[in-house]
Design a protein around this ligand. Sequence first.
Ligand SMILES: Cc1ncc(COP(=O)(O)O)c(C=O)c1O
Length: 291
Amino acid sequence: MAERLGLDVDWVEGDWRRGVDPDKVAAVLRSDPSIAAVMVVHNETSTGVTSRIAEIREAIDAAGSEALLLVDTISSLGSIDYRHDEWGVDVTVGCSQKGLMLPAGLGFNAVSDKARAASERARLPRSYWDWKPILEANQAGFWPYTSATNLLYGLREAIAMLREEGLENVYARHRRHAEATRAAVHAWGLEVLCADEREYSASLTAVVVPDGVDADEVRRVILERFDMSLGAGLGKLAGRVFRIGHLGDFNDLMLAGTLCGVEMGLRIAGVPVGDGVEAALGRLALEPVAV
Ligand SMILES: Cc1ncc(COP(=O)(O)O)c(C=O)c1O
């Protein structure tokens, strides 16, 4: 997107199994002090890897850089602990359709004073997404354009639900479901795509299928037989992984059903697997939480 907007983007390649490497960020910033912003996805939905945002901020500061830190929290907001102010993020982007349990259609920006000042100086053309008229209308409690009113009613209820449960409990629920999912993956004899346990995602798990197995064929079987849709591997991971989502409005029974569907589907697709569901239920029983 930034490239299409005419910005000069320096891609820092990773191997898709680890999050953004704070040391690499610092090295790139040291090599080019004119870099204006660092753009990072907090929870990478295509791989199930959660980058360490606080450490990336520290790396930016340690490099003596003035770069803004821009973070996409679309698949972590309301599911994984995230701290815009405490971690010194300049722009956080969130949306309605994942942890907030709503249809797609609302977007949110949290903006630091530094980012607002940069936006005043910026020369890129903009219109609908310009913060200025939005902030001015917000002073009076309004939105300058046509509001997605139905979604705002939904948002009010979603936030009430999250508050009722307590954010810490919501995060713990997703962490526990992610741990149980990984227990299933290991018992199946398969591999979790994320290679660094500090960066395991609590909102989804990407599972690597054995060589010679087509993950999309496994997904097709599961969709046809059980009407359950799993996320596909994207880009270079197409056919190599499938993704199990465990975010939002999700409980133990939903997880058990999901993992049963995956286990049955893998066997029907001819992939010999161990007793993943049993392992996951054992993991859940270790730390029973009322949700
Ligand atoms: C990390 C992340 N960023 C951005 C998006 C939104 O992308 P788009 O609006 O193009 O579907 C998604 C998916 O909803 C996502 O998971």
